[in-house]
Design a protein around this ligand. Structure first.
Ligand code: CP
Length: 530
């Protein structure tokens, strides 16, 4: 039977379907029960026992739990653990991620466990290193597991969190009501929840954080799209006054040091708003459980240590579940489990190839449309019409400057005009007399930078070709694109040579395929490159 999990990578939580996660959780439960019952026979069924199987840990940021639970999970499988000594590696000589990991791929066919400040690293490497393996005729391509990348995601933490919530919820997938408390702005473990908690049918999230540490809008949008009920509070104190307090609370560590002097001056007040206090105990519903991905700061713990010995303590079991989760994950990737998994629901994959976004329109034969070049009508040239319809004249002018730069129309004669429709709405028009044609690639660039416009190609005073554009489903393959997130692997400042690529989201914005940062279509152009 084909094992659905072999050779896969886990870069973001969505790399596992909901059914795959439910399968994984059933295996974790089975393994935990076998360990508790000292049932060695069942435990053995989980073991990979392949002398060629091993993991390669590459941690460019500090870690205790993730790194050591993976190491111990590999020990369970009697698998080799290699570790790149990153602080003394050739990273320090300016070597790229691709060259480093290609080199390691050549030495062993392993699963790489990667933690880095740079976001989207695993998605990039999963593609790069598979190509390296193919061109060097290696017997196996490597897999990648994201062990936390900057502020982006921490999918294995998400899996162990979900498992722990389930454990305390009688494995009921119908409802989850959870409070996310703390630094929701920086915390990658809470960002993973925007997509991760979809494993539950009905989700209510109470977001408890001061404005400065609030959940970014892009994740809020994903939560809304996923049908979560969302309630927002600025402090634990305010939350405890509400009449529907969750029994499951997930705390995250404040990362105020990342936020500059002004915030540091207010650190005491900000910490206080997300730190649990003794006086709050009586306000908690019965059977409340607290969780924390850990570490917690020894001087400023948001879950104070006096709670360790109380029934609120769910974070210690959560941490232990990390090892069981990772044993089972390695089991899936190594093939000891997973053969009996059946995906019953179709996994919807976005098909970016079918959607058309450039439409050829038959120019009207009867009425001759006259575009003025200022003084004289255009006899031969192009006119880009219907730009930024409905926006303000100054926004339209700014947009036309961007279009002219991106389509490389700055060095031609012609002009830009702001006109008003009969219904009073403003629109922009770019005139370029003398230009005779537009290639398919230029049309694609035009759609990407000026969706909704029309392009008229005029010859001998007649519109001979006309195109209408809509927002493309993805924008890529142009060397002047750039993700604006400086932590992203594709941001030019990181020097990794990764071409930017964006996918359109339901709110007509563009998400970086590496770090997930959301942009307007105007923000993705690296105009400095022109
Ligand atoms: N939860 C977590 O990722 O902990 P570490 O940073 O210790 O790995």
């Amino acid at each position: 039977m084909k094992n659905n999990f072999l050779g896969r990578s886990l870069c973001v939580i969505e790399d596992f379907s909901i059914e795959e996660r439910i399968y994984l959780f059933s295996k974790i439960r089975e393994l935990k029960a076998a360990v508790k019952a000292e049932d060695l026979e069942t435990q053995q069924e989980f073991r990979i026992e392949d002398p060629n199987f091993g993991i390669y840990e590459v941690f460019l940021e500090d870690s205790t739990r993730t790194k050591e639970s993976f190491r111990n999970a590999a020990n369970f499988h009697h698998a080799k653990v290699s570790e790149l000594a990153t602080s003394s590696s050739s990273f320090n000589k300016g070597e790229s991620y691709a060259d480093t990991f290609n080199t390691l791929t050549g030495y062993s066919n392993k699963i790489f466990i990667v933690r880095s400040k740079v976001e989207g690293v695993c998605a990039h490497l999963a593609k790069e290193c598979v190509e390296y393996a193919n061109r060097n005729e290696l017997t196996k391509a490597p897999s990648f597991i994201n062990a936390g990348d900057g502020r982006h995601e921490h999918p294995t933490q998400e899996l162990l969190d979900e498992y722990t919530f389930l454990e305390d919820n009688d494995f009921n997938y119908d409802n989850l009501h959870i409070a996310l408390v703390g630094d929701l702005f920086h915390g990658r473990t809470v960002h993973s929840k925007a997509k991760g908690l979809t494993v539950f049918k009905n989700v209510t999230v109470d977001l408890v954080a001061p404005e400065e540490l609030a959940m970014p809008d892009s994740y809020l949008l994903v939560m809304k799209e996923n049908g979560y009920n969302i309630n927002i509070y600025s402090s634990i104190e305010e939350y405890l006054q509400s009449n529907n307090i969750a029994t499951q609370w997930y705390f995250t560590r404040p990362q105020l040091e990342r936020m500059g002097e002004q915030i540091l001056k207010r650190q005491e007040e900000l910490r206080a708003s997300i730190t649990f206090r003794k006086e709050f105990m009586s306000k908690l519903p019965e059977n409340t459980k607290f969780y924390h991905p850990l570490p917690r700061h020894k001087m400023f713990p948001t879950i104070p240590t006096f709670l360790d010995k109380t029934s609120l303590n769910g974070w210690e079991r959560q941490s232990i579940n990390g090892m069981y989760t990772r044993i089972c994950l390695l089991g899936l990737f190594g093939g000891s489990i997973g053969e009996d998994f059946i995906q019953t629901k179709k996994v919807v994959e976005e098909n970016f190839h079918d959607e058309e976004y450039i439409f050829s329109v038959e120019p009207k034969k009867s009425a001759k449309k006259v575009y003025s070049e200022g003084v004289n009508p255009i006899a031969n040239g192009i006119v880009i019409d219907h730009i930024s319809v409905g926006e303000t004249p100054s926004d339209i002018r700014e947009h036309m400057r961007l279009i002219s730069k991106i389509i490389e129309l700055d060095d031609c004669k012609g002009g830009e005009w702001v006109s008003q429709n009969n219904d009073g709405m403003f629109k922009g028009i770019i005139f370029r007399p003398g230009i005779r044609s537009f290639s398919r690639k230029e049309l694609k660039r035009l759609a990407a930078v000026a969706s909704g416009c029309t392009l008229n190609i005029i010859k001998d005073e007649t519109v001979v070709e006309k195109y209408r554009t809509t927002l493309p489903p993805r924008i890529y393959n142009f060397d002047d694109l750039a993700c604006t997130n400086e932590a992203c692997i594709s941001n030019p400042s990181n020097g990794e040579g990764v071409e930017a690529m964006f996918h359109r989201t339901s709110d007509k914005r563009y998400e970086c395929v590496y770090c997930g940062k959301s942009h307007s279509f105007k923000e993705i152009w690296n105009t400095a490159k022109k």
